[in-house]
Design a protein around this ligand. Sequence first.
Ligand code: ZN
Length: 97
Amino acid sequence: MEVVELKVNMHCKCNACAKIVRKTLCKIKGVKGVEIDTILNKITVLGYMNRKDVVKAVRRTGRRAEAWPSTCGVEAPSPRLPRGFRCIIPRCIVSKS
Ligand SMILES: [Zn+2]
């Protein structure tokens, strides 16, 4: 299981944009889960895929993807995958009132 963490400029913080990126990433072969943090501009992808494919997919949506800086040289503890983990739409932080 691979964990790819990327820093992605989400442009705006609305749920629709996160949804587009999530949908694109979920289409990559081998991807088991996608988490998008619109506050940190961080995307975490779990599965059996290629890091390059993830970066390419994000770029296809017109956003810039970089490696998440904190992972440089440090072996991050691999997160435990919860049972039934699937592509999840992150909670929208923008209220539409
Ligand atoms: Zn948006």
